[in-house]
Ligand binder design. Structure first.
Ligand code: F6R
Length: 260
């Protein structure tokens, strides 16, 4: 895992967007794994800017989103379908048939989840997966005690997550109780992972996931098993890391490292 600490949200978002852009430059038909919430918004903004100003092309790209709330129609203002359309898809040139987001309204969740896993595989697997981290340490909606080899499935949201996400809804009671989410095992199969963490309320789980034991109590800690994860944090989110000096030292010495 490479831990990269940036002074603020904007610097972190731009650096992460550049990683995605570089992958697209070498592989124009890359498969991108998308996340929602506050964390990736800056990345989407920068990717849209690169598309508009520098011609970054998404015409051959395929995308798979991590998760969706159960029970919200795709038109609901807080559905992840709506979020992705508003914040990213409507601004770039990804063919609509190449966009996959879990269904929150299917009649058969088990069959849908199996199909979703199959589609990821048939499309060649995810080249780069964007992730945020919940204040309970979740990645996607893999709440504490989720199996670290879990696949796409229906999950009951933790009360902590419902509290955190209530800020997007009129009332706390409006936050859905269930979600459909890629599993930790699904996420770990992505060839590259780019996680973004910002703000002081993430500091504890950031430190636990990077420097603590691998545990299903903090599903982000499973990323320690992944061979190519870039863990971006801003100053506040990085404030509880014990090995901070070492992470900065690695970044400082990177230009002089022998080529691998
Ligand atoms: C969203 C997702 C979640 C969020 C996490 C952090 O698709 O999978 O794991 O990344 O809850 O949310 P924010 O970024 O809003 O703090």
């Amino acid at each position: 895992m490479e831990v990269i600490i940036k002074p603020d949200y904007e610097a972190m978002s731009k650096a992460a967007a550049l990683v995605v852009a570089e992958i697209l430059n070498t592989k124009p038909n890359a498969v991108l794994g998308m996340a929602t919430g506050s964390s990736p918004l800056g990345v989407y903004k920068e990717l849209v800017r690169l598309h508009n100003d520098e011609g970054l092309d998404f015409s051959q790209v395929t995308t798979f989103n991590l998760d969706e709330y159960v029970g919200l129609s795709i038109k609901h203002s807080q559905s992840y379908h709506h979020f992705m359309h508003e914040n990213f898809f409507r601004h770039v040139n990804i063919p609509s048939q190449n966009i996959y987001i879990p269904s929150g309204t299917t009649k058969n969740y088990q069959a849908f989840c199996q199909w979703y896993e199959q589609r990821i595989e048939q499309c060649g697997g995810i080249d780069v997966q964007l992730l945020g981290i919940g204040s309970d340490g979740h990645i996607a909606f893999n709440e504490p005690t989720s199996s670290l080899s879990s696949r796409t499935r229906l999950k009951t949201l933790a009360k902590q997550t419902i509290d955190d996400n209530a800020r997007f809804f009129d009332r706390r009671e409006d936050v859905p109780t269930y979600a459909i989410t890629m599993g930790v095992g699904t996420i770990l199969e992505s060839r590259k992972i780019v996680l973004l963490a910002s703000g002081e309320n993430k500091a504890e789980v950031v430190a636990a996931s990077i420097e603590g034991p691998i545990t299903s109590m903090i599903t982000a800690s499973a990323l320690q098993l992944h061979p190519s994860t870039l863990f971006y944090a801003d100053e506040q989110a990085a404030s509880k890391l014990k090995m901070r000096e070492y992470y900065d030292w690695i970044q400082e010495k990177k230009p002089g490292a022998p080529p691998i």
